[in-house]
Design a binder for this molecule. Structure first.
Ligand code: PAN
Ligand code: ZN
Length: 187
């Protein structure tokens, strides 16, 4: 008997690019990241149209129990001394977690609790990151290649960017030729 089958979408694990119809893409440019980088003068000097990262996603149905699958491609580069990074967010539904898989490039996943405790996980090809609920997350590209990470998260999770208006408690810079993290002073 011939097995009836449906041809599922595919992902090239070397790059994170999907093969499917109706891929959704979103580009985040320097000009979209107001107030995200520490060195405002360096950020202003960068053309607003500079692509910092792109997300490609498979279309998914809405609703409880459904999942999104998407890849973030974060370019290498720095604004002043600070490495390119995603905006970062809590999920609107705070209890919802997410899984990231490192595919190429090298960088850091910055995780932060609602109490403001921050920590890093090293992202590289094959790394698996289980982001618990109630945890804000941001990717930082500390390498010289594109950093691509595949993510799976509940469609109901939503994104809350506003709660991080003050930013994360740690920033990552290239300082005297070394990758260094620094605590952020507020006030
Ligand atoms: C990811 C992120 C993606 C872009 O798909 O949305 O890396 O980062 P920002 O949303 O912070 O701009 C994810 O974590 N989804 O939940
Ligand atoms: Zn997320």
């Amino acid at each position: 008997m011939t097995i009836p089958f449906f041809m599922p979408p595919g992902v090239a694990f070397a790059s994170g690019h999907f093969t499917a119809e109706n891929i959704i893409t979103k580009t985040t440019r320097s000009g979209d990241l107001v107030g995200v980088f520490h060195d405002e003068a360096a950020w202003r000097a960068l053309p607003a149209g500079t692509t910092i990262y792109q997300v490609e996603m498979l279309p998914s149905p809405d609703g409880e129990g459904e999942l999104f699958v998407g890849t973030t491609h974060l370019n290498p580069g720095r604004v002043g001394d600070e490495f390119y990074m995603t905006r970062g967010h809590f999920h609107q539904r705070r209890e919802q977690g997410e899984v990231y898989f490192g595919l190429r490039g090298s960088g850091l996943l910055l995780l932060q609790s609602e109490q403001g405790e921050a920590r890093f996980e090293q992202v590289s090809q094959g790394s698996v990151h289980i982001i618990p609920g109630n945890t804000a997350h941001r990717l930082i590209n500390t390498g010289s290649e594109v950093l691509s990470a595949l993510a799976v998260w509940p469609t109901i999770a939503g994104h809350d960017y506003a709660s991080l208006a003050q930013g994360f408690a740690l920033r990552v810079f290239l300082w005297e030729g070394e990758i260094q993290a620094r605590g952020v002073q507020y006030g």
